[in-house]
Design a protein around this ligand. Structure first.
Ligand code: NAD
Length: 282
């Protein structure tokens, strides 16, 4: 896995295009799963305050005997911590849980435009502080729609390095991706294999059979060729390995188009609508 491409970010940093996501991995199981992923060769871990498992991520990196600089770590702000003081406190807690003095990337997890008086810009301004003092090497957002990104552009000079959004063959999310492309914001695709739902699609299984690859590999390869960053999640070592074997084959233009044609628009979306999602942990 030494051949994972590095994607350039607008702040001069780079991010490994393939990583390992830890959403819904129980805190007690996280160190073991991440240790396995690191053993297989993953060097980019995507966690979040709301996943409750940052500590296990930090533990695994130490257990693996890797230098902190060898692993790219992302975390994200809890929906309950958007107010500036809460954001600062919780960022300190993130670094403490990870046992590190910096994260490579820190994101606003959801814009929550119907909460906090619709003000996610002052939250963004707090993330700019973390970037300025070097404790977040890069900062970005997640689940931001173009209108939310426009609001940031009006209230800040810092363009987010990434926007992490739901994207997979059933929900290509191309409008938000196009905004990112125009403004130098890298797209990270969450739920890249639609949490497994796209793997039995006849178009995908036919392509997989023709190429002698698995459905997950075909779909992940489609994302990579679109230029997006992905971090599929699995607790099974065999699937972790499968999901990492993506760099010795390519999809031709027609095959890319056939997968892109599976897009169902918002009908294919699995997660909530970022314009109305307002959930805050109790
Ligand atoms: P995913 O698309 O990565 O699917 C994960 C599920 O698919 C696993 O639980 C497993 O059951 C199955 N799977 C994995 N590999 C497989 C394989 N090779 N063959 C068959 N089945 C396989 O979904 P996800 O975990 O929701 O998304 C990936 C990561 O994105 C998360 O872990 C998290 O880091 C991030 N994420 C971010 C947000 C956000 O709001 N920013 C939301 C959801 C997920």
């Amino acid at each position: 896995m030494s051949n994972i491409p590095a994607v350039a970010l607008n702040d001069g940093s780079t991010i490994p295009q393939l990583g390992f996501g830890v959403y819904q991995i129980a805190p007690a199981d996280t160190a073991g799963a991440v240790r396995k992923a690191l053993e297989i060769g993953y060097r980019h871990i995507d966690t979040a305050q709301m996943y409750g498992n940052e500590q296990g991520v930090g533990q695994a990196i130490r257990d693996a005997g890797l230098d902190r600089s060898e692993v790219y770590v992302t975390s994200k702000l809890n929906n309950s911590n958007h107010e500036p003081e809460a954001a600062r406190r919780s960022f300190d807690a993130t670094l403490q849980a990870l046992g590190t003095d910096h994260v490579d990337l820190f994101l606003i997890h959801w814009p929550l435009p119907t909460r906090y008086g619709g003000d996610f810009v002052s939250t963004w301004n707090v993330l700019e502080e973390f970037a300025a003092d070097g404790r977040a090497r890069s900062i970005g957002v997640s689940n931001f729609q173009p209108a939310h990104l426009e609001a940031l552009a009006r209230g800040s000079r810092t363009v987010p390095a990434v926007n992490q959004i739901e994207a997979h063959p059933y929900y290509a999310n191309d409008e938000v991706r196009a905004y990112g492309l125009q403004h130098g914001i890298v797209t990270e695709a969450w739920a890249p294999i639609a949490q497994g739902r796209v793997l039995a699609d006849p178009t995908v299984t036919a392509i997989a059979a023709r190429l002698g690859r698995t459905p997950a590999q075909v779909v992940l390869r489609w994302h990579l060729q679109r230029g997006d960053v992905v971090f599929p999640k699995s607790v099974s070592p065999a699937r972790m390995r499968e999901n990492s074997e993506l760099f010795d084959f390519a999809l031709d233009g027609q095959t890319m188009a056939d997968i892109s044609a599976l897009d169902r628009g918002v009908a294919g979306r699995l997660g909530p609508d970022p314009d109305t999602f307002d959930w805050v942990p109790g």
